[in-house]
Design a protein. Structure first.
Length: 78
């Protein structure tokens, strides 16, 4: 548990050897960028749009919390 204390990143270790298969992210930078673009399109855009056009403070706080949760939890599913 000391390597991944919150348990969000899957990791298999054997002694001092980390086993990177399957990789968590694509090796090519362009493919990693496509993953981030897909995340933004599918999970961030609609909430960001509502946040920008919402005037009520409480609703904006809730939307901001949703955005942060989505951004920081994306590492669990990507």
């Amino acid at each position: 548990m000391h390597i991944s204390p919150d348990g969000r990143i899957p990791l298999v270790a054997r002694g001092c050897e980390n086993l990177p298969d399957p990789p968590l992210m694509p090796a090519a930078p362009a493919d990693r960028a496509r993953n981030w673009i897909k995340l933004a399109d599918e999970q961030l855009y609609s909430t960001t749009h509502r946040f920008i056009f919402t005037r009520e403070a409480e609703a904006r706080r809730e939307l901001a919390a949703q955005l942060l949760e989505t951004m920081f939890s994306s590492s669990r599913t990507r």
